[in-house]
Design a protein around this ligand. Structure first.
Ligand code: NAP
Length: 247
């Protein structure tokens, strides 16, 4: 069954990895603005828990299952969005992992010479191939409505202009994600589908760690801005604090 069409000013925006950290905060800020938010989380219970968090704050979010590292799950998610909503105006590719070195989810400065290839591959599945496939699934739907905003959560660690050692899998994934941004922005030139990368800064989340100086609210500001750009806004850019930064 299709949900009622939203008004032009209220867009349907999916945020991946919306159950904690930056994803939950991006979803919260979008919901506060009156946007309709899809909470796309690795499991349905996680998505439902995120919807509960927002509901307790008087906000709404549609809980949906999406494993960003699993092609079948991505295709099933896209089918469900097409079936239930018939549109997607914004896609925030936020779900991400940093698996280099130690146990999954733990930061470590393992260098390229010793990085286990299976962890590099697993990092690329979530941080690079997942977002690319989500774009492939949703851009035709965005095209059919003549509107789209795609935000790729990248990182300063993916900047070639400031590349250092360590975290090889994570760095490749974010530099690669920036390539996705640039290539899609060029292929979509002249269409009202804007594609941008963002570095949220070093943010206090499970990934960023407790010593990170930025709050999730500060880190979410630029991704939310990019997800709600007006027509004629930038495309193919890399931003931090709403300003362009070098690739
Ligand atoms: N924090 C920083 O300082 C920082 C800096 C630069 C860039 N970033 C980027 O910002 C994004 C969010 O980071 P964060 O700090 O909020 O990280 P986080 O606290 O570790 O949260 C990561 C989120 O991604 C989800 N996720 C991971 N793999 C997934 C998968 N296969 N399918 C669906 N969801 C998945 C997690 O879900 P589960 O709960 O199911 O694991 C969680 O919701 C990432 O792309 C990260 O690289 C963060």
């Amino acid at each position: 069954m299709k949900h009622q069409e939203s008004a032009e000013s209220s867009r349907m925006i999916a945020v991946t990895g919306a159950n904690r950290g930056l994803g939950l905060e991006i979803a919260r800020q979008l919901a506060r603005m009156g946007q309709r938010v899809i909470l796309a989380c690795r499991t349905q219970p996680k998505a439902q828990a995120a919807a509960e968090v927002l509901r307790a704050e008087g906000l709404e979010g549609h809980p949906m299952e999406l494993d960003a590292a699993d092609e079948k799950s991505i295709r099933a998610f896209a089918d469900r969005v097409r079936r239930e909503f018939g549109r997607l105006d914004g896609l925030v590719n936020n779900a991400g992992v940093a698996l280099d070195g130690g146990a999954p989810g733990k930061w470590s400065d393992a260098d390229a010479l010793s990085a286990p290839l299976d962890r590099v591959r697993a990092t690329l599945e979530t941080n690079l191939y997942g977002p690319l496939l989500l774009c492939q699934e949703f851009i035709p739907l965005m095209r059919s409505h003549g509107f789209g905003r795609i935000v790729n959560l990248s990182s300063g660690m993916g900047q070639l202009s400031d590349m250092n050692g360590g975290f090889i899998g994570y760095r490749i994934s974010k530099t690669g994600l920036n390539v996705v941004t640039r290539v899609l922005a060029d292929e979509l030139k002249g269409e009202n589908i804007l594609v941008n990368s963002v570095c949220p800064g070093w943010v206090h989340t499970d990934m960023g760690g407790p010593q990170a100086p930025r709050t999730p609210a500060e880190g979410a500001d630029t991704p939310v801005w990019l997800a709600t750009l007006p027509d004629g806004g930038p495309s193919g850019g890399f931003f931090r604090d709403r300003k362009p930064i070098p690739w």
